[in-house]
Design a protein around this ligand. Structure first.
Ligand code: GTP
Ligand code: MG
Length: 203
């Protein structure tokens, strides 16, 4: 999809605040600082639609972005940030669980993992959680531009083994810096939200 119109719909802390219309939703999950907001900005060709910060743990709400009046991108709170208190962590966990458990219009979850490191226990838990709630998941390996060629060839294997991926699970390398992976992701997302005919017309 070629995005010209994208805007924040609401920053929600509870289900009562989620948008009431029934547009398809694509959710972005991952550790704090992994690059969720950067990925959203790159997909919609905007510098700062979703706030990017060098201070991890900034996105403490579920942010719904209206994309062309056709779908929502849903930026979930980043987990696993060590400096956040236990109470705060539990609150974020509940927010994410509530969203995943009740959202029927959630078409696709993108789980972002840092391509430079082995996925953490939190990443594994998140992956299993998404599957537990029967959502479709695509793994996105972020910060791909920071890897050497040797690291690139090892990264996907490490991610696949750690998350215990099986046939049919997809890992897409992505860089918010170079845009690598953007077209591939849009192809998949357009297909998922039923916008593929229009996408084909745009090529
Ligand atoms: P929270 O909102 O705290 O959960 O973080 P986030 O997952 O939204 O991460 P964010 O997009 O804010 O990015 C965190 C930092 O990583 C920022 O300094 C980004 O510029 C940097 N970053 C994100 N993606 C990439 C990438 O693909 N390449 C490089 N080189 N840096 C990236
Ligand atoms: Mg963010």
């Amino acid at each position: 999809m070629n995005v010209n119109n994208a805007s924040i719909k609401i920053s929600a802390v509870s289900a009562a605040q989620y948008p009431k219309d029934h547009m398809p939703e694509i959710a972005f999950a991952g550790r704090s600082n992994v690059g969720k907001s950067s990925l959203i900005n790159k997909l919609v060709n905007r510098k700062s639609l979703a706030r990017v910060s060098s201070t991890p743990g900034k996105t403490a709400t579920i942010n719904f972005y209206d994309i062309e009046g056709k779908l929502y991108f849903v930026d979930l709170p980043g987990y696993g940030f060590a400096k956040v208190s236990k109470v705060e962590k539990a609150k974020w966990g509940k927010m994410i669980e509530e969203y995943l458990s009740i959202r029927g219009q959630l078409f696709q979850v993108l789980l972002l993992v840092d391509s430079r490191h082995k996925p953490t226990q939190d990443d594994v838990t998140m992956f299993n959680w998404i599957k537990h709630f029967s959502h479709n998941v695509i793994v996105v390996a972020t910060k791909w531009d920071k890897l050497s060629n040797k690291q690139k060839s090892e990264s996907i294997a490490t991610i696949s083994a750690t998350l215990n991926l099986t046939e049919g699970d997809v890992v897409i390398p992505f860089s918010a810096k170079t845009g690598e992976g953007k077209e591939e992701l849009w192809e998949i997302l357009d297909f998922i939200v039923g916008n593929d005919e229009m996408a084909a017309g745009e090529v």
